[in-house]
Design a protein around this ligand. Structure first.
Ligand code: DGL
Length: 294
């Protein structure tokens, strides 16, 4: 049964989905959220493969459902959406699901030069779903896609270190520079890419480095806000929105964050990106722990 007072479940391979949680909290301040970072098994998108990601998505969806009676599940991960959303829909038809996909359509509508760069994980940009999306919206626009091996992992690891004095002297910046260069020329002239789609939820946390590399005129498009609005629509349709006439909950009762990896890393990320206190975070195990390195 879907109850307005039940929490919204959100998961990602790690801390990347916190960028979606930020947008959800902004759009739905009266809701409560249960967030699961599968950091013990991250990254999903470099070399894990669909079968592994599907197995993790299934275990996490079951866990959030059974332990927290979530009323909707937001898959805040492009890679997991590409690999597992159809499977989850088939296996759990009564659990409302919202996936995250690279913002190909909005980019196709807003690019002036008709050339758009897309960065994502290897799992996302080589998926059949991504190919379909590009085929649907690629008539007027040329999409240049780049798989960014190692970038989500570097972002994940960077959260455990102190905030760098120079964000450009980091592995995250180095990888961003490499992949942006591989995409080709950005700018406003004919044939140049004027738009960059952030096709992985982790990459929003490399925005500063990407902005420094590309300058102020390139448009970045991510999916946090549209996904949050879609979540509102789905809950509205189900009559499952929390009571918005009440005072919004405090962070402590609104947010429960869990990780299958390092608790310190989640606490640092939760504070840095959402200003949430460490006590909102805990470490858990869901399903089998990972034994192979990605
Ligand atoms: N944040 C994830 C995404 O949006 C995946 C990162 C990873 O684990 O490879 O695709």
């Amino acid at each position: 049964m879907t109850l307005p007072a039940s929490p919204i479940g959100v998961f990602d391979s790690g801390i990347g989905g916190l960028s979606v949680l930020q947008a959800l909290r902004h759009e739905l301040p009266h809701e409560r959220f249960v967030y699961l970072a599968d950091s013990g098994n991250a990254p999903y998108g470099d070399a894990r493969g669909d079968a592994f990601v599907q197995q993790r998505a299934r275990a996490i969806a079951r866990h959030l459902r059974e332990q927290y009676q979530i009323k909707v599940l937001v898959i805040a991960c492009n890679t997991a959406t590409a690999a597992a959303v159809d499977m989850l829909r088939a296996e759990m038809p009564d659990l409302p699901l919202i996936g995250v996909e690279p913002a190909i359509k909005p980019a196709s509508l807003s690019s002036q030069t008709g050339h758009v760069g897309v960065i994502g994980t290897r799992g996302t940009v080589s998926s059949a779903r991504f190919a379909r999306l590009v085929a649907e919206h690629g008539e007027r626009v040329h999409f240049h896609a780049q798989a960014c091996d190692g970038l989500a992992k570097a972002i994940e690891e960077s959260t455990e270190r102190p905030v760098p004095e120079d964000p450009m002297a980091t592995e995250v910046a180095e990888l961003c520079a490499r992949y942006v260069a591989a995409l080709g020329d950005f700018g406003q002239k004919t044939g140049e890419m004027d738009t960059l789609v952030l096709g992985c939820t982790h990459y929003l946390f490399a925005r500063e480095q990407l902005r420094t590399l590309l300058g102020p005129d390139i448009q970045f498009i991510d999916t946090g806000a549209p996904v949050a609005r879609q979540t509102r629509r789905v809950l509205g349709r189900l009559g499952a929105l929390a009571d918005e006439s009440e005072t919004p909950p405090t962070p402590d009762s609104q947010m429960q964050l869990m990780t299958t990896g390092s608790l310190q890393a989640l606490q640092a990320a939760a504070w840095r990106w959402l200003e949430l206190p460490a006590r909102c975070c805990s470490a858990i195990q869901v399903g089998e722990a990972s034994t192979t390195a990605a």
